[in-house]
Write a protein that binds this ligand. Structure first.
Ligand SMILES: *[C@@H]1O[C@H](CO)[C@@H](O)[C@H](O)[C@H]1NC(C)=O
Ligand SMILES: *[C@@H]1O[C@H](CO)[C@@H](O)[C@H](O)[C@H]1NC(C)=O
Ligand SMILES: *[C@@H]1O[C@H](CO)[C@@H](O)[C@H](O)[C@H]1NC(C)=O
Length: 295
């Protein structure tokens, strides 16, 4: 472990003990175009970085902003305090509280739906807090992980990187109705080649020709909710879109039983397979923030 990394860890551990977090989750009304009536909550630390980075954290199905803030990604606010970055916790008012990763509107750049509302939140924060447009990130678990994949595909101009936990690739749910479960395949029973999975992501923003966001994904081999095959499908998808090939595995990384699958030199894409871990893979803030270039 780098000594800077160790210092960071000690700092975080110390500041957690030494100071009480006075900032908390606050609700933001009227944040902009919001076709599906999403709600927006933010965590803004008391001391912000100049041009603060932004991370948006969509919840799992059935989740809420408060639940994701306090239970799913528990140590993220502590890192936000240390790094002076802003966290956005969006929520969908639908009964299932699952994100729309299936409608043509939500799957299309500037097409409407949930994705457009989420981008309005990011733009609102970028403007209001003079955020750094080159440091906008997304992370989520389960349905939030599926939305992470979709945001990276539909708004590659907005995000620098994303990290998925226990999610599914873009296009897995395309055009289906809720609750269509596909057994050992992607959630909607679909199976495609790497090129086809890649095309699904590209189709969400067909005109895009810039640098695409970096991609990290985590999945447990014992996941009975979002099948393990979704890990391989996401890796196929983004390997194709980003044009990076698998270069090797690192066993027991970052902990025993986890295998880190490296693509290219590991800076643009990496996958983690967690042996015996179910739904959802515990949040690994340190590895994620390092991959994002924030630690
Ligand atoms: C949305 O629908 C249009 C018109 O049918 C189609 O051309 C496009 O590929 C669809 N977009 C996605 C992301 O599937
Ligand atoms: C990339 O897209 C931009 C914006 O649509 C466009 O102005 C530019 O000509 C495109 N560049 C290439 C090489 O296609
Ligand atoms: C790399 O790790 C993955 C996940 O554990 C595994 O499925 C794959 O077979 C490994 N590849 C090699 C060549 O060992």
């Amino acid at each position: 472990m780098h000594s800077t990394k160790l210092t960071n860890l000690l700092f975080v551990a110390f500041s957690t003990l030494a100071t009480s977090q006075t900032a908390k989750l606050t609700s933001v009304p009227n944040f902009g175009t919001n076709p599906s009536s999403l709600t927006m909550n933010i965590y803004v630390p008391n001391t912000l970085a100049t041009k603060p980075p932004i991370i948006i954290v969509p919840h799992p199905c059935g989740g809420s902003a408060q639940d994701t803030f306090s239970r799913v990604a528990t140590n993220l606010p502590t890192y936000a305090d240390k790094l002076g970055l802003i966290l956005i916790y969006p929520a969908t008012p639908t009964t299932s509280a699952c994100w729309d990763v299936r409608s043509n509107a939500s799957m299309t750049h500037d097409g409407g739906g949930d994705t457009l509302g989420l981008i309005s939140m990011v733009n609102y924060i970028l403007t209001k807090y003079a955020g750094d447009p080159t440091k906008v990130f997304v992370t989520g678990s389960s349905s939030g992980g599926m939305m992470t994949n979709l945001l990276l595909a539909a708004y590659p101009d907005v995000f620098a990187a994303g990290a998925v936990s226990s999610g599914a690739p873009v296009g897995c749910w395309d055009g289906t109705t809720p609750n269509s479960i596909g057994g050992p395949y992607c959630q909607a029973g679909k199976t495609y080649s790497a090129t086809q999975w890649g095309e699904f992501a590209v189709e969400s923003d067909r005109g895009f020709n810039g640098t695409r966001p970096r991609f990290m994904t985590w999945h447990g081999t014992a996941d009975r909710v979002v099948a393990y095959v979704n890990l391989g499908d996401q890796l196929k998808q983004w390997s194709s879109v980003l044009g990076v090939q698998w270069t090797g595995n690192v066993t027991d990384s970052p902990e025993k039983g986890y295998t880190k699958m490296v693509y290219g030199d590991g800076t643009r894409m990496v996958g983690y397979s967690a042996l015996g871990v179910g739904h959802m893979v515990p949040f690994h803030a340190e590895e994620m923030l390092e991959f994002f270039g924030l630690l």
